[in-house]
Design a protein around this ligand. Sequence first.
Ligand SMILES: [Zn+2]
Length: 62
Amino acid sequence: MSEKACIKCHIITETKECPICNGREFTDKFTGVAIIFNPEKSEIAKELKTERKGAYALRIRK
Ligand SMILES: [Zn+2]
């Protein structure tokens, strides 16, 4: 099974729907992965505008 990143939230997931935005548009064309453990304290979380723990794609190629 391949990991995909939501094109909106950048979260990496293997589910059919994005756990954050419920979107169904994913891409496997992403580079860099950031694991966010403390969304309140994470600069990356701020940049990605997320409050959820998880693995995120840093850059999504379009
Ligand atoms: Zn999403």
